[in-house]
Write a protein that binds this ligand. Structure first.
Ligand code: ADP
Length: 636
């Protein structure tokens, strides 16, 4: 008896048009402890698979009706985890190979015996259980990374508040403090900063592990970067009476992620200072050719690392002195993060060391690193956004602000999606059509004004309410570019929520139908009113302008060919009137448009419907479909 069968009775589906073989398998396999269901054709087999779960399927390839390969595809669709074994005659060997490509576990040449089949069954079941274990482990790993990422993210906001308030206390913003209080607050501050560093490290590590760490590649000069890092680390070295020198005196131009490269250098120099008692730390850089790379050395005259410990230093949480009495602080995460970042750059890191003499960490980087899209990959962000959820898309380069906004929206019924750059924000806006956008102004690469202009020039995005959240107060410019509201940082949560709730009224309610054909206006009026829209009718351009000036409609269905004032002239009038901004216009025309007219219209209207080519009903149902899409998008 097979070893896997001990666990549970395995369900087998036998699909074969040969009655004798079916009976033999049904009898023999049942005898060996399997539960067997037989089907005389592919169709019958698939039908049975729809109603019952099978662990194993053995299917003939050549059958009248649908053949084995089709059956295999069908089974894999209905029950992907079932293992399928194909039974094949000599003539169908090629098909059997094809079946393997399609996901069959194995094939067995006909005629075959029960023992032969059971050996394959055992192997198939073993693979299945291994696959389930791997899947489970992968899922656990994913959950762990996700948990770490979420946890550290959640912890960062309160930590920032603790650090922020202790620094306000130390700055005596809230009044005088006694020396004893000052000492206490300084301790809070130092410890909070250490804790924040640890949280940031865990966040980085979990992002790196999940492949969610982004690289923003831009041109930069290694000389500037090292000078900046040395400036930051200099006081630490001086405190410990160590020298800190650099030989990077000439520009070395790279295309890389400046912030992450600084992080690498800070980690290495920080360690070098920490593990050195006398002498100092020096930085060297050299440009290599073919392929062009740069090599950076961080050398210290510190305690050094034993040969046998060298391979361990890059491991997560590894500290060479892990004893409770250990002399040096730290978490053992710095070097593993450093190594993973260097690898993300397409580079490598090495260490050479001699105990009591010192260590040299060498980082080799390509002159040009490949960009890795932002932490929230565009294709992933909309995951978890349910259809009926109202998404607020926040565009801000500061992750802290995004975290604060995400927190502020918790429990409000709005779903938060963040973007750390204008480009990413625009891509997300196109993809998820958010309920509203909050936009920062001062961002590198593409500032908020440019993002706003692009949003407002895109007919599909134009109607999304945009709230500027900025430290810069420039309301006039904001409003002239069509923003819904302007909020000055630091923002007040209540004010923000009130404003976002207010734009809930964004779903289209009022529709204006402009057409000189009474058949069209009547059709629209009756039907749309029934659906709860307020419908206004205008039989010519002049009436349309009067209607719009009375109350701005949300949607306009506009016929272009009308006597006296044409649709084009109505559009021009709309363009000139800022109070009509954000209205969505659908143009209808029986006229053949010139390329210039088409181009003009494409910039101004949501859709152009050619009347001549369709029946009235078709036009109407097309426009209604569009109207519903707009309403649904606004209601999200
Ligand atoms: P930690 O937070 O403990 O510094 P790291 O991952 O940065 O974590 O380093 C791991 C271990 O490698 C350290 O605990 C230390 O034992 C060793 N190490 C790292 N850099 C140096 C160095 N420059 N000299 C000596 N030992 C070092």
């Amino acid at each position: 008896m097979s070893k896997t069968m001990k666990d549970a009775t395995q369900n087998v589906l036998v699909i074969d048009d040969e009655t004798g073989l079916r009976d033999m398998l049904a009898f023999g396999l049942t005898d060996r402890g399997y539960r067997v269901v037989a089907a005389a054709s592919g169709e019958e087999g698939l039908e049975k698979a729809k109603h019952e779960k099978f662990d194993l399927v053995v299917s003939d390839i050549m059958m009248p009706g649908i053949g084995g390969v089709e059956v295999l595809k069908g089974i894999k669709e209905i029950q992907p985890e079932a293992e399928v074994i194909m039974a094949t005659g000599y003539a169908t060997l090629e098909t059997a190979v094809e079946s393997m490509k399609q996901g069959a576990f194995d094939y067995i040449p006909k005629p075959y015996g029960l023992d032969q089949l059971c050996v394959i069954f055992d192997k198939a079941l073993e693979r299945r259980s291994l696959r389930a274990k791997v899947g489970h482990l992968e899922e656990m790993n994913r959950l762990k990374s996700e948990f770490l990422a979420n946890m550290s993210h959640e912890l960062r906001t309160p930590m920032n508040a603790i650090i922020g308030y202790s620094s306000l206390l130390l700055d005596k913003v809230y009044g005088e403090i006694s020396p004893k209080q000052e000492q206490g607050i300084k301790r809070i501050d130092t410890n909070a900063k250490n804790l924040l560093q640890l949280i940031n490290n865990i966040l980085d590590l979990s992002k790196l592990a999940a492949g969610r760490m982004s690289l923003f590649v831009e041109p930069c000069d290694l000389k500037d970067i090292t000078e900046e890092v040395l400036g930051t680390m200099d006081c630490l070295a001086r405190e410990r009476k160590l020298t800190l020198t650099s030989d990077v005196s000439e520009p070395i131009l790279l295309r890389t992620d400046k912030t992450k490269l600084k992080q690498v250098l800070i980690n290495l120099i920080g360690n070098a200072i920490k593990f050195t008692h006398q002498g100092g730390v020096s930085i060297k850089a050299e440009a290599l050719t073919g392929p062009s790379r740069v090599r950076l050395y961080v050398q210290d005259t510190g305690i050094g690392i034993k040969d046998e410990d060298l391979p361990l230093v890059f491991e997560e949480f590894k500290q060479l002195d892990a004893s409770p009495t250990r002399e040096y602080g730290g978490t053992g995460l710095g070097l593993s993060i450093t190594k993973k970042i260097v690898e993300l750059f397409g580079g490598a890191i090495q260490v050479k060391s001699a105990v009591g003499v010192g260590s040299t960490f060498t980082v080799t980087l390509p002159m040009e690193s490949m960009a890795v899209p932002d932490e929230i990959p565009v294709s992933k962000a909309p995951e978890g956004v349910q259809n009926n959820q109202k998404v607020i898309l926040s565009i801000d380069d500061d992750p802290e602000v995004l975290a604060l906004l995400a927190d502020s929206l918790q429990g409000t019924g709005f779903k938060f999606v963040g973007a750390q750059s204008g480009q990413e924000g625009l891509a997300l806006a196109r993809q998820i059509h958010p309920h509203a956008v909050t936009l920062d102004i001062m961002m590198p690469h593409m500032d908020g004004w440019s993002v706003l202009q692009l949003l407002k020039n895109d007919p599909a995005l134009r109607s999304i309410p945009v709230f500027i959240i900025s430290i810069m107060e420039n309301k006039a410019l904001g409003f002239s570019l069509g923003v819904t509201d302007y909020i000055v940082k630091p923002f007040d949560r209540k004010e923000l929520l009130a404003k976002l709730k207010n734009c809930d009224k964004g779903a289209p309610h009022k529709v204006l139908v402009v057409d000189d054909d009474p058949a069209i206006t009547r059709l629209f009026e009756g039907d749309l009113k029934q659906e709860g829209y307020r419908v206004a009718i205008a039989h010519n351009g002049e009436e349309a302008l009067t209607e719009m000036s009375k109350e701005k409609p949300d949607i306009v269905f506009l016929d272009l060919m009308m006597p006296q004032i044409s649709g084009f002239e109505v559009l021009e009038a709309i363009d000139k009137d800022p109070s009509l901004d954000g209205m969505r216009v659908f143009a209808m025309t029986a006229k053949h448009l010139t390329p210039q007219e088409t181009q003009y219209l494409e910039q101004r209207v949501e859709m152009i419907v050619q009347k001549g080519s369709r029946s009235l009903e078709e036009i109407f149902s097309l426009l209604k479909e569009k109207l519903h899409a707009v309403k649904e998008a606004a209601a999200r």
